[in-house]
Design a protein around this ligand. Structure first.
Ligand SMILES: *Cc1c(COP(=O)(O)O)cnc(C)c1O
Length: 262
């Protein structure tokens, strides 16, 4: 992709703005003045859903190595298109609701699945990865347990049995996280990476992210390597970094608005 192409320039500019926000937020998290580059900083996953494979190639030419997708059909096609174009290898992160019957397809291209919310999906992914690893040299699939954080807003009348509209954005109940973690840790084809969440719409994100950090601490107490916290999107990455997010998933602030789905 030509670096003078207007779309590439636009993506480069927006990527630079997001990276500057991350560095500014990092300075608040690590007030010793350690630069993001010294402490590693969070992994930026650029969410390319609804945008074409050509944009993934442009981002790759700008140094982006992690991309996120939320629909298998779209992600499978794009990952093939990008590989065929001879781009440097990318890590594809699956961040959307996933049906068991798509596990085999996702296992073929995904580096991580961040939206694990039930035991039957873990079984399907473990079986799919076992088959993948019969045929090719692959690391275990990185697994994040997606957590529903609506209970952080229980005082808004969103508790169990209430008639209030649900604030949930998908995911397992916090009380199910350790059980799902055991199951993931029990498969040699999966690697328990940590937790993931989306903050409720229309609410301040801090209570949700604080709950997520507490759930992460409980998880890490039993699984010391599962330190991942995937949280923070275009509008709330600073709030997620304030609680120690290790993975940010940023889409529209880099790629622009997503096309309207008909
Ligand atoms: C779309 C999506 C994102 C990116 O959201 P933006 O607001 O566009 O940054 C992050 N996480 C998940 C789970 C998503 O579906």
């Amino acid at each position: 992709m030509n670096s003078q192409d207007p779309r590439t320039l636009q993506l480069a500019e927006r990527l630079a703005v997001v990276k500057a926000r991350i560095i500014a937020a990092q300075a608040l998290v690590a007030p010793s003045g350690a630069a993001a580059s010294e402490t590693g900083g969070p992994t930026l996953i650029v969410v390319t859903k609804f945008h074409p494979g050509a944009d993934v190639l442009r981002l790759r030419s700008l140094g982006v190595a992690d991309v996120g997708e939320n629909r298998d059909q779209e992600a499978a096609a794009k990952s093939l298109e990008v590989a065929a174009a001879g781009a440097a290898p990318l890590r594809w992160h699956f961040i959307g609701q996933l049906q068991k019957n798509k596990a085999k397809s996702v296992a073929a291209y995904a580096h991580s699945v961040q939206s694990i919310d039930r035991d039957s999906l873990i079984t399907a992914l473990a079986n799919a990865m076992a088959r993948e690893r019969d045929f090719s040299v692959r690391d275990p699939l990185e697994c994040f347990i997606q957590v529903d954080l609506s209970e952080a807003y229980a005082d808004l009348g969103n508790g169990a049995g209430s008639d209030a509209p649900s604030l949930g954005r998908g995911g397992a109940a916090p009380s199910d996280v350790l059980k799902l973690a055991e199951q993931i840790a029990g498969s040699p084809h999966l690697r328990l990476a940590g937790v993931m969440a989306v903050a409720p719409l229309g609410q301040a994100p801090a209570p949700a992210f604080e709950l997520l950090a507490a759930i992460s601490a409980r998880l890490v107490a039993e699984h010391p390597n599962a330190r991942g916290i995937s949280a923070g999107m275009s509008h709330d990455l600073e709030a997620a970094m304030a609680v120690g997010a290790t993975h940010l998933r940023v889409g529209s602030d880099i790629l622009g608005p997503r096309p309207v789905v008909l």
